[in-house]
Ligand binder design. Sequence first.
Ligand code: FE2
Length: 404
Amino acid sequence: MTQSISNMHREEITVTPLEGKALGCTVTLPDYANNDPANLNEDDFTTLKAAVQTHLVVVIPGQKELLPKSQYLLTKRFDPSIPEPKADGGLGGYGHGKEFRHEQSVLRKDGTSVKSQPQVQILGQGVFEADEPGNENGETISLTHPSHTTFHKDVLSEEEIKVQNKTRFYRWHIDSALYGLSPPMVTTLLGIRVPPSTSTQTIDYNDGSGDQLELTRGATCFVSGAKAFELLLDEDKQFALNTTVEYAPHPYIFIGPAKATSDGLTMVTEGKETPFDQLPEWEESKVKKLPMVWTNPTTKEPHLQVHGCCLYKLHTKQPDGSVKTLDLKESREKVHSLMRPAISPQHVLAHGWQEGDLVIFFNRGVWHSVTGEFKGVGAGNKDERRLMHQCNIASGLDPVNVSA
Ligand SMILES: [Fe+2]
């Protein structure tokens, strides 16, 4: 008895790698934190930060009551380069700028902000009344879970979704505006209300590989950018190390009319993109040109980090010092070939949500994707409901490839 009580007392944070998984760990908080990760002392926070950059995805269970303010303070603490919020009445440092919910943007329907802490976004599926957990906005909110059916070129049939329980990777991505702002260091994602974890769906890769991945409905999938780099052929490693990825101006509006490949890695090139002269005002100096490989600050490993849907061109330094540029179609095809091996089932961490899970992921070291179909799949053909709090904050500095 005495033994078990002393075991329950935790003086410091503990980090436990997920068993049998390609990446990820769970973390338990020390007692003094009172179950609020924003209360961690300097030593324990340093341990947490190293765990995030080493294991790439950290799960802290039991955080259902975490306040939006604590989530914001925790998220911000991972990146000392974050500029102080400007008094501009906008999202105040959120990872996306003011075009975030532009009516032509592919992100327009993805959520709403917590009024008291606008850097924290409310994401999910369904209608939530003013008094329900996670909705402190004092009004009814309506959330729409992104479904591949509105984003992919070829979509699953109703029969495949509702009877065969198939789904797709919605969009593999890094959380980032990719215009004007620098990619956030981490994203924190808190599951406040989630559907029962007993229901499963199967990812249909639909690319002739025969690959399939069974996961909990609504699982968030992650892959390691370090593993993706490691899987490249030597010549592709050299290509990646010498390539700069140029993103489109207002990229989510640029790709608004276009459709994605069935694996969610990139867009199909059919000339449907919004022409540059029809985009909201933009300036060349804000166009993002980022290395294709980002060095992990803790492990020093190279991570292949590309947003395959938002890219515009690839510029590759040749051995003779000249630069070769691939156009939009060529760039998408090249990036797809580089990224595809890393999303094979054995490399994917599919996090099935339990209520209260706080997931902290190293946004500069993983790619992630929403999965799952929530429409008409619950009891009595009702929509499943889900409510999450998400926070990420644009960094003050762009990521770097130290080996370039
Ligand atoms: Fe995301």
